[in-house]
Design a protein around this ligand. Sequence first.
Ligand SMILES: *Cc1c(COP(=O)(O)O)cnc(C)c1O
Length: 400
Amino acid sequence: MADGDHLYNTYKPPAQDFVRGEGAYLYTENGDKYLDFIAGISVNCLGHNHPAPKAALMEQADKVWHLSGMFQLTEAKKLAKKYCDALPFAEKVFFTNSGAEAIECAMKTARKFHYDNGQPERFDIITFQGAFHGRTFATINAGGNPKYLKGFGPALPGFIHLPFGDHDALKEAISETTAAILVEPVQGEGGLRPLPEVCLRGLRELCDEKGILLIYDEVQCGAGRTGKLFAHQWAEGAEPDIMAVAKGVGGGFPLGACIATEEAAAGMVPGTHGSTYGGNPLAAAVGNAVWDEISKPEFLEQVERVSNFLKQQFESLKDEFPDVVSELRGKGLLCGMQLKKPAVKIRAMMLEHKLLGGSAGDNVLRLAPPLIITEDHVREAVGILRTCFQQANSLEDFET
Ligand SMILES: *Cc1c(COP(=O)(O)O)cnc(C)c1O
């Protein structure tokens, strides 16, 4: 077996072996430099080798690595306070190691809320077509993507999947067994589809009216990615009861969190939930350092500035290549374009030109660069995309 063949074959990585990162670039052993416009899928928000989280990690490594929630988790408490001070709805936080675990905690919190309020029959979670909430049993069932469910036994009860943006179907689907609506303010995997602000407010009103909970999955679109700390903050008056975060909040160190109102989380008492590593001192120390960077007003202003520039550049690309680009997608620096050529082939071509990107549902080219990029990085990326689109146009058999 060749090197690496002992890993599960669940990914199909290219041959490049990145041994070092600096800012928006990754380097192979022999020094080849790649512009990273995917950032571990929306994870490395401060780019690679950022001094602040690195210093926090090193400092904590000298103190204590692990304790578990059975002891005082001081770094985690500090970070939870920051989230709660910044978000009007937020009062209680459960830390996890990943996005899927944060979603699991969110769904358990919602069910427990109704159970404790004398409505144990309210356990259904409503989600929408194109959703992605993780790869555990519960989260593949929440997402409802048949591709991810196939081969893994019967579908779990307690999940209702609705078409995206169908208001009537949603109103009809809510019943006395509904516990919560779970939604990404900007769909990631599903094809970078932002939910309009008016819909987020509409969901809030509907949940209030029906006595059900609103859960946001901001695992991919949170942590400053859209130019606000969290994507739902673009919509005034659309606060959730519960929100799951991960990816960017750890900046590359495994960290997630389920953030809730005190009322929603009231039933999550000792014995109801746990995680050995949740709130781990190393993870929380890094989380604090990442938060201190991304929550600076000037940091978010720069994200907004550079994403507006990127959007203009993408508009020109779209005008220039009507046979390649069909639609611009996303919000802020969770962005991309729906293509008329196979997105995975374009992505492979970008790799040859040393630009890293991703793909998503709906034949979308997905880009999620580190939030520290400048206009120059955007120009470099757009230059490479132009070269790839020209090349794709000139190849007759590119479609196949
Ligand atoms: C990545 C992702 C998850 C799952 O996070 P993991 O850390 O991979 O478990 C859940 N929801 C959304 C929106 C995501 O993008």
